[in-house]
Design a protein around this ligand. Structure first.
Ligand code: ARG
Length: 297
């Protein structure tokens, strides 16, 4: 089932199957990372400005942060000619079906031509790791950018699906059938928040960090219904420092771009422990922590 508004909801969140936390993280080396083209507003003044040395140091600090939290990295090499491949949340949607004890990935159909050749490298990696590698139905001509737009509700077998810029709603109809999962759709309405993961960060099953300006009333109402506590990031921090492109691997620590002071205060007030990381080189391409990793079961 795909839900677009609060009035449609015909289930209780607590009745959904429990989903365990993924414990491994895929990371892609930034060896060939750069800003070479402009496919989102954040990239527009940054073509050719990436400092690769600094980017590599920042990526290593991210990898170390995961290791320190007992999340095991699985590293894939970035490829020449694919400067955005480091954003490894986008090429797939990893899944675990609790009722079938089955894990796999659904391959993306990248909206941006420039990024289409990234996908086969991830298909190969996951096939090697014994994941079921699934595709959206062949006859369906839709864009789908993996976990850039499709985000699991922590602890529940329930998917949130952003659409409007990169992923098309029809992709979620297909995903819902393919995985036998309910999907809650959120329309994105501001080009700075072009992927759901730029404005929506579920921290645990009860808490979510959001950039309210990214959503319409319908979307905000669904988010408020599904989570006990909605933490709002100040718009400046979400828009320019990617405060909501954060990630909590354990429901306690939150890896987040450094310097998002208002967001940090609000996270701490709710009992979370932020870990600040500098992802400034990656912000130039319109990405930060969340999209530089892919959690897998
Ligand atoms: N330059 C990349 C793009 O526009 C950045 C992707 C960042 N990923 C994300 N999930 N927000 O596609």
């Amino acid at each position: 089932m795909v839900y677009t508004s609060l009035d449609d909801l015909d289930f209780r969140f607590t009745d959904l199957p429990v989903l365990s936390r993924p414990t491994r993280v895929v990371l892609t080396t930034p060896t060939h990372f750069d800003v070479e083209y402009v496919i989102n507003p954040h990239m527009s003044d940054n073509v050719g400005t990436v400092n690769k040395e600094v980017a590599f140091q920042q990526w290593k600090a991210l990898r170390a942060a995961y290791t320190a939290l007992d999340v095991t990295p699985v590293v894939l090499n970035g490829q020449p000619g694919l400067p955005d491949m480091v954003f490894c949340a986008n090429q797939t949607l990893p899944f675990y079906q609790p009722e079938r004890d089955r894990r796999g990935v659904v391959l993306s159909r990248m909206h941006a031509n420039e990024r289409r050749d990234e996908v086969p490298y991830f298909a190969e990696l996951f096939a090697e790791q014994d994941y079921a590698v699934e595709e959206l139905p062949g006859h369906l001509d839709v864009d789908f950018e993996g976990m850039g737009d499709a985000i699991w509700h922590p602890g529940r077998f329930l998917l949130w699906g952003g659409y409007g810029f990169r992923t098309e709603p029809a992709a979620y109809e297909a995903l819902s059938e393919l995985l036998d999962v309910s999907v809650l759709l959120l329309e994105l309405q501001d080009p700075d928040y072009y992927h759901l993961d730029t404005c929506f960060c579920p921290l645990d099953s009860e808490h979510v960090l959001v950039a309210p300006a990214a959503f319409n009333d319908e979307g905000r109402a669904m988010i408020e219904k599904a989570f006990d506590t909605v933490i709002e990031a100040p718009d400046e921090e979400a828009r320019h420092q990617f405060a909501c492109n954060a990630h909590s691997p354990d429901g306690k620590h939150v890896l987040i771009q450094e310097g998002c002071e208002g967001t940090l205060d609000r996270l701490r007030a709710e009992g979370f422990q932020p870990i600040e990381l500098d992802t400034s080189e990656f912000l130039k391409a319109g990405g930060s922590v969340f999209c530089m990793k892919q959690m897998i079961w």
